[in-house]
Ligand binder design. Structure first.
Ligand code: ATP
Ligand code: MG
Length: 139
């Protein structure tokens, strides 16, 4: 399995704040290369499927309503050790706990409104980008 690729989404709160392009710039500045990019929206059904591992948790409805409330930017990104490198770049799930300089620290607000998603394994990354991209759309 390729460990130089990850999947990310810039979340609806970033669009609302008008910081989508700032976040994309931070990602590119950190030497991630774009392999696929798309602005789209998740339906509630798709958001529930995307986050199915969290079904039944107290925050599931909050999370899926939020993620289907506005546009997202879906990204396939390339860098050595992409999964770990990207999760370092975005920081802790809770922006208040995220280290200074991380994307969630700079642009996130709360654990729900945390600006960006990063896949946590190569297997999940592939499953997640299949939600958004056909083979032809991946460079
Ligand atoms: P992501 O998968 O979005 O990169 P993560 O891997 O850091 O984030 P997960 O545990 O996979 O965190 O949770 C997925 C998303 O669900 C989080 O990004 C966050 O938006 C939301 N979430 C997780 N835990 C909570 C919580 N306790 N309260 C509210 N929202 C939560
Ligand atoms: Mg996760």
């Amino acid at each position: 399995m390729e460990n130089n690729l990850t999947f990310s989404m810039i979340k609806p709160d970033a669009f609302k704040k008008g910081v989508t392009s700032d976040i994309l710039f931070e990602i590119l500045k950190d030497d991630f290369k774009l392999r696929a990019i798309k602005v789209t929206m998740l339906t509630l059904d798709k958001a529930e499927e995307f986050y199915s591992e969290h079904r039944g948790k107290e925050f599931f409805e909050r999370l899926t309503c939020f993620m289907s409330s506005g546009p997202v930017m879906a990204l396939i990104l390339e860098k050595n050790d992409a999964i770990n490198e990207f999760r370092k770049l975005i920081g802790n799930t809770n922006p208040e706990k995220a280290e200074e300089g991380t994307i969630r620290h700079k642009y996130g607000t709360t654990t729900t409104f945390n600006a960006v998603h990063g896949a946590d394994s190569s297997e999940h990354a592939q499953r997640e980008w299949s939600f958004f991209f056909s083979k032809r759309e991946i460079y």
